[in-house]
Write a new protein. Sequence first.
Length: 148
Amino acid sequence: MQLIVNGEARQVDAEADTPLLWVLRDELGLTGTKYGCGLAQCGACTVLVEGQAIRSCVTPLESVEGQSVMTIEAIEQDAEGRRVVAAWVANQAPQCGYCQSGQVMAATALLKQTPQPRDEDIATAMTNLCRCGTYNAIAAAVRQAAQG
């Protein structure tokens, strides 16, 4: 099956129903995307497919064949992604960091869809869980990234 991952065509040998997360991590060695719950609840596995945030732990490989998949490893190649990462650093958003790749991906998708999000938009889009509770810093970082 062929995937386009971080701008590069990649051939993968996996069953069609294999979750995208495991193909990214185990077949392609892109371990920045994390396994959290396996139920699409926590968001640690968030990647962008055609610019949309998706939970890769429950996304079958066949559903993304031929589509553009972006992982945290390439997020700074994207203008919004660069702004999000800079804002994350400036606001010291992460503590343990485990959820942060998914948080950054979700924030980047939000800014692609809504360049000037309101607080309600941020709350609606940023549903990834953070066990450290850095939600205020995350929201501040999203607001800063939106300002450019």
